[in-house]
Design a protein around this ligand. Structure first.
Ligand SMILES: C[S@@+](CC[C@H](N)C(=O)[O-])C[C@H]1O[C@@H](n2cnc3c(N)ncnc32)[C@H](O)[C@@H]1O
Length: 271
């Protein structure tokens, strides 16, 4: 089978099923060890017999609604390659804006010490450590997520202290910056993408009746874990900035909201 035929067949099926044609191209390129442009240049070539079965079975899995990143076993985040599996949320593009803002905030501290709460794959913590923050700790309640995060830190050559904790319960030190992308989908939300709902860990998704339980819990205790002049940085759901601001104002004075590339409220910086 030629690349052209393979791509035509599976992009058509993906489109028909409301899935992403881009994901089909990504799977084909990654499994062929080529860039998408290189695949394009090899359109009329036969797919190697050694690869064709693997690519077809992966594409068949994708068109049943299984996430491309879990099929490949990795994704890219802030220029880093991260291992992912069903134990961790697939790091999202929007979260890169949180890292970007955190690096700006961190530049105001001398040797900032940072704690990533709800680290999952370790995406935020690793991106920060890779970009010049030398003291990064990270926690998650999930042992399995922490296993993946540790592998990701090792493969990206950064030193992070990971530990298991139910939010701040096992935290023993104080930090300049607490950062978190906590679960924030409303428990009864009806509009959650089926691919997300069926395959990503529910522990990483749902944040209580109004989706804000984790913000409440972290903000309530945050002062005990912040050094004087410390900051909290949250990823926030684009439509809940006002509610989260009101909760934050119960404990802190300064609230700044930053937008993502789609111009939605996405990051809250609290001090
Ligand atoms: C939305 S994911 C964020 C993952 C990662 N930080 C990212 O941005 O891609 C939320 C994470 O919170 C973790 N989590 C859920 N409840 C928790 C709790 N009570 N304490 C600590 N972590 C928790 C989940 O295991 C999951 O890894």
């Amino acid at each position: 089978m030629r690349y052209l035929e393979l791509l035509n067949k599976y992009t058509t099926i993906a489109k028909y099923r409301g899935l992403e044609e881009e994901a089909v191209k990504l799977i084909v390129a990654e499994l062929s060890d080529m860039t998408q442009t290189e695949v394009y240049l090899h359109y009329n070539d036969e797919v190697s017999p050694l690869l064709v079965d693997k690519i077809i079975s992966s594409l068949e899995k994708y068109i049943t609604g299984y996430p491309a990143q879990y099929i490949l076993g990795y994704t890219y985040f802030y220029g880093l390659k991260l291992k992912v599996c069903e134990d961790v949320l697939i790091p999202r593009f929007d979260t890169e804006v949180v890292v970007e803002q955190a690096l700006k905030v961190a530049s105001f501290y001398k040797e900032p010490k940072v704690l990533d709460i709800c680290t999952g794959s370790g995406a935020i913590a690793i991106a920060l450590a890779k970009n010049g923050i030398s003291a990064v700790d990270a926690l998650d309640i999930s042992k399995n997520a922490l296993k993946i995060a540790r592998i990701n830190a090792k493969e990206n050559d950064v030193k992070i202290r990971f530990f298991e904790s139910d939010l701040l319960r096992n935290v023993k030190e104080k930090y300049d910056i607490l950062i978190s992308n906590p679960p924030y989908i409303e428990n009864n939300a009806k509009d959650v993408d089926k691919m997300v709902l069926d395959h990503e860990p529910h522990l990483a998704l749902f944040g209580g009746i109004d989706g804000l339980d984790f913000y409440r819990a972290i903000l309530k205790d945050a002062k005990d874990y912040l050094k004087p002049g410390g900051s909290i940085i949250f990823e926030i759901p684009y439509d809940k900035a006002n509610e989260i601001r009101s909760i934050a104002l119960m404990y802190f004075k300064n609230i700044q909201i930053e937008k993502d590339l789609a111009n939605n409220d996405r990051v809250m910086i609290i001090s």
